[in-house]
Design a protein around this ligand. Structure first.
Ligand code: ATP
Ligand code: MN
Length: 464
């Protein structure tokens, strides 16, 4: 295969390549034939948002036979001299000496003709939507963030940990878990030994979080992080929930809630900073076409301190706001998306950390505060998205853990290993979970989370 150069490389180093013969390969976005006898082809190879303008004389015998088949969506190779462009909108263009057609796209049926398509429509053609400006830009930003996450933790001495995807513990996701089984659901199950013939001889699930296993390694290696898929069968058809999503979960020994919060802030600021500095072209695109406030919002995150309030203070603020919420606010009740967004968008206009939630609202492993009523939990909310991080200091005291388990009906027998971590060399520790798609949604401004994962899984949808 004759390898070409990536278009992004040409844009970065115009001086190096101008006047030289270059070869590029990509997909035709548009083609326009001028009266002056040349064809202008916009070629995109996915390396950048912007495509390269190809200028092809219509009467050149070298490629005349293929030129008429160069339609929107076609895959082509172009070779020619890179020249300064007299046209507006680009610094350089390529004067084609040679054009090869790899694969044609019939304009009568190729769905991505030059016009705006709805996101709903694009989801139905998820095999083609990465070729659009928006989904291509999301893929590049998502990629950059994935790398930045590893960099952030690696530079701080964290160990990358892979926790299981199939698990027998379902404590967190009661009612929200997917079952994993090799049994045929259409065949009757023996009532006296329902799991006897099943693969694991016991109920098994897809993980909702790698936290409990991450704690095991945090209490040995000190600092670990997971970055993997998680699954929740929540039947909520919202714009910020997926049934399959990726979660980043750092877990640190000898950290308390304050340290945890500090790390989470630094983490978000770092990731948003990377996007601001290194994804400028894609970010400008999102700010122009998706969310006008986007760039300003991201700059605020990097430049201004986060606000931190307790759950009790949050409830007071919401109560005296005079706002008409669909869900009433009362101490002890869960904060709904509308409440979260009101706090971060209207009251503080920047990211907000909420700490010390009622004990009854949170899982058994969160550390009970001295008041006996709240736990050392934290949620971080950002404008436009709401909750992006959920975390806590974990209960390291054996007696308190057992009390919590009893209160929440968690079987000590099933979590023997978790309890033993408090019996053998227990230590204070804390961690959090960042929803990777919520982060990508936040930095791209896209209204629906289904646009920021390559192949979204939601109730009724598992196509591709
Ligand atoms: P929410 O209240 O928004 O449903 P949660 O409290 O259930 O979130 P956690 O269990 O704390 O979330 O999970 C940690 C993080 O994972 C959340 O802060 C969020 O960023 C992300 N997350 C949770 N559920 C989903 C989901 N269904 N789809 C995408 N991301 C999710
Ligand atoms: Mn949830």
């Amino acid at each position: 295969m004759e390898k070409g150069i990536r278009i992004a490389e040409l844009f970065g180093k115009e001086d190096k390549y101008t006047g030289k013969t270059v070869r590029v390969q990509g997909w035709v976005r548009t083609r326009r034939d001028s009266k002056a006898g040349v064809s202008f082809i916009e070629l995109n190879d996915g390396s950048s948002l912007k495509g390269l303008q190809v200028v092809a004389a219509l009467d050149r015998p070298e490629y005349r036979d293929v030129l008429e088949r160069i339609t929107t969506g076609s895959a082509v190779l172009v070779e020619g001299i890179l020249s300064p462009s007299p046209g507006k909108g680009q610094a350089v263009e390529i004067q084609a000496d040679r054009i090869e057609l790899y694969g044609w796209a019939d304009p009568a049926v190729y769905p991505l003709q030059k016009k705006r398509h709805s996101f709903e429509f694009l989801r139905q053609i998820a095999h083609l939507r990465p070729r659009t400006n928006t989904i291509g830009a999301v893929a590049r930003v998502r990629n950059r963030l994935g790398f930045a996450i590893h960099q952030f933790f690696q530079e701080r001495g964290f160990n990358y940990l892979n926790t299981p995807i199939i698990t027998a513990s379902d404590c967190e996701g009661a009612g929200e878990t997917f079952r994993v089984t090799t049994l045929d659901p259409l065949k009757a199950v023996q009532a006296e030994n329902p799991y006897g013939d099943d693969f694991f001889s016991r109920p098994a699930y897809l993980t909702v979080s790698g936290q409990l296993q991450a704690e095991i390694f945090a209490l040995a290696l000190g600092r670990v992080y997971t970055f993997g898929p998680t699954f929740r069968a929540e039947n909520s058809n919202t714009s910020r929930h997926l049934a399959e999503f990726w979660m980043v979960e750092p877990e640190m020994a000898f950290y308390d809630l304050e340290d945890d919060l500090e790390l989470a802030k630094e983490f978000i600021k770092h990731l948003v900073g990377v996007v601001l500095e290194e994804c400028t072209e894609d970010l400008d695109f999102f700010t122009r076409f998706v969310e006008p406030e986007l760039r300003g919002r991201l700059e605020t995150v990097v430049n201004r301190p986060f606000e931190v309030i307790t759950y009790t203070e949050a409830v007071e603020l919401l109560k005296k706001s005079g706002e008409q919420f669909a869900f009433p606010v009362d101490w002890g009740g869960d904060l709904q998306a509308e409440h979260e967004r009101y706090l971060t968008e209207k009251v503080f206009k920047r990211p907000v950390g909420i700490i010390d939630f009622p004990r009854s609202l949170k899982p058994f492993y969160m550390r009970v505060n001295d008041d006996g009523k709240t736990v050392a939990a934290m949620d971080i909310l950002v404008p436009g998205t709401g909750e992006i991080i959920g975390g806590s200091q974990r209960e390291e005291r054996l007696d308190m853990l057992l009390e919590q388990m009893k209160l929440k009906g968690i079987s000590v027998e099933d979590y023997r290993w978790y309890v033993e971590l408090r019996e053998f060399g227990s230590a204070p520790h804390a961690g959090f979970g960042l929803g990777f798609e919520r982060l990508v949604q936040f930095v791209t401004g896209l209204p629906n989370i289904r646009e920021v994962i390559p192949f979204p899984r939601t109730p009724g949808h598992a196509e591709f």
